[in-house]
Design a binder for this molecule. Structure first.
Ligand code: PLP
Length: 264
């Protein structure tokens, strides 16, 4: 029997995100996650960061024109099954991505509205935040803010499970079709889902994993979710799968660097 390579189909997942040279978050963490899900990852870098496990030192935006050309080039060539959007870094990047989504109207878009690093650095400008709130949120299939991001997006502090629920509903009224507010800071950790397909909220409870390797948890969750959607799972199934993927990644996280280590 002759085996021909290049003859099997593999779901293509596009990550539009920032570059973290320590590979804990951003594009390179996404590529590792996509490969672990047996999908094929392609990328569009929105910004470079200078960072290590010890924190983010600076952010260098990529020109909007380069982002637009990258997205047009990739999507004119490949059939993309799902898109994950992470750190945008600048209003120019946010505008370029919004323009691309408006032109192509892709169905399976997971938007992780990355605003700040856990070390406290701003990962988007005030103008970029407005574009997220006013344009991008409504163009995604699902958005995955953590409690703090949900707070900034809605303008109200979010920390408790009740505040997470209120924020999920508020984000729906702001135009989001489906919302998953992640609460990895809680014990037990929980996700609150507000879905267009059901009237009641859904809560997923997890188990706390004690580790100092938590850098990139949000990136890995949203990318795992995008991969599962690319493989045809519905949103509740994909969210459950992504949650347990992050939990097992945290349990196996390698000890790398002197700061907050990578989750994958
Ligand atoms: N750097 C990049 C490129 C990111 O995309 C993100 C988060 O999405 C971060 C840093 C922040 O990661 P953390 O919240 O784990 O510090």
């Amino acid at each position: 029997m002759v085996l021909r390579s290049g003859s099997h189909n593999i779901p293509v997942v596009l990550s539009i995100a920032g570059f973290d040279p320590s590979s804990g978050a951003g594009i390179t963490a996404d590529i590792k996650t996509i490969a672990a899900h047996k999908c094929y990852g392609v990328t569009c870098i929105t910004s470079l960061t200078v960072q290590s496990t010890r924190g983010v030192r600076s952010v260098e935006p990529i020109e909007g024109r380069v982002i637009t050309e990258t997205l047009e080039e990739l999507t004119s060539d490949l059939q993309v099954a799902a898109i994950k959007i992470g750190m945008l870094g600048s209003s120019e990047a946010a505008r370029a991505v919004a323009g691309f989504l408006k032109r192509h109207q892709p169905r399976n878009v997971v938007l992780d509205p990355v605003l700040k690093s856990s070390s406290g650095a701003d990962l988007i400008s005030a103008e970029g935040l407005k574009i997220l709130q006013q344009r991008l949120i409504a163009m995604a299939l699902v958005i995955t803010p953590n409690a703090e991001e949900a707070g900034t997006l809605t303008g109200k502090k979010v920390s408790t499970p009740q505040e997470m629920e209120a924020a999920a509903l508020r984000l729906r009224t702001m135009g989001a079709r489906n919302v998953i507010v992640t609460g990895g800071h809680l014990d037990p950790p929980r996700e609150v889902l507000s879905l267009e397909s059901r009237r009641d909220l859904v809560t997923l409870l997890g188990t706390s994993v004690h580790t100092r390797s938590t850098h990139g948890t949000g990136c890995v969750f949203s990318t795992s979710l995008a991969c599962r959607i690319a493989m045809g799972k519905n949103l509740p199934e994909a969210a459950k799968g992504a949650k347990s993927y992050v939990e097992s990644a945290l349990k196996k996280a390698p000890l790398v660097g002197r700061g907050v280590g990578p989750v994958v």
